[in-house]
Design a protein around this ligand. Structure first.
Ligand code: COA
Length: 257
């Protein structure tokens, strides 16, 4: 069987393309397993400092594979590891950028919500339409979407199938940037990935962990956590290198140590 996920390497970052265009990149178990395996390769590769995830053909991903869901029995669904694979995506320590063109629906939006940054082109459409087919989001959508867009909009999207355009998604904070006229969303995502790749890799990894902790902890505990991480990174070679390079008006040479 041909791969359902492709990886491309660039200077300092990688791109992972969901590659099942004839099914609008609907995520089945094989594809999710391949995605996790490819993400792990990127995690282990010191040359990769950020990862862009995008879809091939028309759309990012139109959700979990409805045909596979319909034919699986509940015990198979519970024991297959499909759901746990989403946790593996969320466990990635390197920055993940979702580049959305056209549909990010259901599991497609849930995958984007796991990513750290979402950018979109003007054709992008975001939705969690599961209720229309008699189910509910199962990859964290009910929990992550509400933290981003707030209760009323999350409820409207989940209960009433409201879809957000790219511009609406930007206004609600779901998307950080939308392409300007004629710009390709991949290029926009690559610009951000390249900027992340130029920063100190240990700093981006630790900063990501600190920001994500804010979803799990009360403010005072989060601030304590940040303080500890800030003290920890003071011991890194990259911090010395960054400050040396600034004083010397030179480009830093970060090593991730
Ligand atoms: N799972 C499985 N197959 C899917 C899919 C999904 N989530 N989304 C799209 N496909 C398949 C279609 O069945 C169709 O396959 P076919 O050519 O063998 O019939 C193919 O992808 C193209 O989809 P189509 O509906 O013809 O394209 P479109 O451009 O008219 O519409 C969407 C695109 C995304 C609006 C529409 O496919 C859709 O609503 N998909 C389901 C979205 C959803 O409910 N997601 C949540 C799943 S839990």
């Amino acid at each position: 069987m041909s791969p359902l996920v492709r990886r491309a390497s660039y200077d300092g970052f990688a791109q992972i393309v969901l590659d099942r265009p004839d099914k609008r990149n609907a995520l089945n178990a094989e594809m999710l397993t391949e995605l996790v395996a490819t993400l792990r390769e990127c995690e282990a590769d010191p040359a990769v400092r950020a990862i862009v995830i995008s879809g091939s053909g028309r759309g990012f991903a139109a959700g979990a594979d409805i045909g596979a869901l319909a034919s699986a029995n509940p015990i198979e669904l519970f024991t297959s590891g499909f759901s746990e694979n989403w946790d593996q995506v969320a466990a990635m320590t390197k920055p993940l950028i979702a580049a959305i063109s056209s549909y990010a629906l259901g599991g497609g939006l849930e995958l984007a919500l796991i990513c750290d940054i979402i950018v979109a082109d003007q054709t992008a459409l975001f939705g969690l339409p599961e209720a229309a087919i008699g189910t509910i989001p199962g990859a964290g959508g009910t929990q992550r979407l509400v933290r981003v867009v707030g209760k009323s909009m999350a409820m409207e999207m989940i209960l009433a199938g409201r879809r957000l355009t790219a511009e609406e998604a930007r206004r609600f904070g779901l998307v950080s940037s939308v392409t300007s006229d004629g710009q390709n969303v991949q290029d926009l995502a690559f610009e951000i990935a390249a900027r992340i790749a130029r920063a100190a890799p240990l700093a981006t990894k630790i900063a990501k962990a600190a920001v994500l902790a804010s979803f799990e902890t009360p403010l005072s505990a989060g601030i304590q956590y940040e303080r500890s991480l800030s003290a920890l990174i003071a011991a890194s070679e990259d911090r010395s290198e960054g400050m040396r390079a600034f004083a010397a008006k030179a480009q830093p040479n970060f090593t991730g140590r």
